[in-house]
Design a protein around this ligand. Sequence first.
Ligand SMILES: [Ca+2]
Ligand SMILES: [Ca+2]
Length: 260
Amino acid sequence: MSLHFITNLTETTIEIVCYNRPMNKTLSAIIVLALITMALAISGLASTKQFESVDSTKIDTNNLISVVSTVTLPMPKLALPFLNNNVANNTWNVFENYLESVKNHDLESLRKYSHQISDTCNNPDLEEQCFVLMDNVYALGIQFKREEFKNIWFDEKQIIIASDYTTIDDDTFGSRGMARMIIYFTRDKLGTPRVLSFNDLDGNFVLKKDLSNEELDKHLLESIQDDDEDGLPNKIDPDPNKRDANGDGWWDSTETFFYK
Ligand SMILES: [Ca+2]
Ligand SMILES: [Ca+2]
C-alpha cells in the first residue's frame, strides 16, 4: 500500500487521490492504450513503443525488491538544508507528534497536529472505524525516516518535505517506477505546521513489457518532471510554471488534499 490519503483520515480507509494517477484518468489511459495497441497489432505495426501506467496504490510494497538508483532532479529553488534548519526541525517534530497521536488514538491531540479531521473521526459513533484509520496511518508513517527527507519547499502557508526519487522495480505487476516519499503540511498564521497528507510512493510506475530500462527511465523521468516544484508533475499541473495557479496562496498540489 502506498498512500497520501491517510493523513486525511477520510471516511474510506483508502482514499485514492493519487494526484498523478487519478483513477478515472488512469482507466481512460489504459483503455486508450489498449485500443491503440489493438489497432497497431491489426495493422502489423505492434512494435511501436507504448508505456502503460500502473496504479502505485495497488503495488505491494513487499514486492519492491530492487532500488536501482537515486534520481537527481534539479535542485528545488526553495530548498534549504534539512538538518539544522528551524523550519525543518519544527516540521519533523509536528509529524512525530502527529504519529504519536494516531498511535495513541488521541483525537484531541491529533486535532493540534492534523490540518483536517475526517467525518469518520468527527463522529463519536464511528470511533472504532476511526481507530482503524489511525492504525493504518501509523503503520505507514512510522516507516518514514527523517534522514531520508532531504528536500524541503515552503512559504508562509505550506511546507512540503520529500526524499529524493529512486528508481524501483516492482514484482506485483512487473512494473518499473520512479518514486519518492513526500509529506504535505499547511501552516497557520503563526507558521505552525499541520500534517495535511503523505505518500510513501509518490511518483509514476509503468509496465516493463518488452521495453528497455533506458526507455522506461527516460519516460519516467519526463513524467515526474515538476518545473515549479509544487509537487505536481508538469503534465497534470494547472500551470507548470506557477505553484499557485489561482492566486489564493495554496499551491496547486496542496489544494488537491483539502476536503471539499
Ligand atoms: Ca508542478
Ligand atoms: Ca492555489
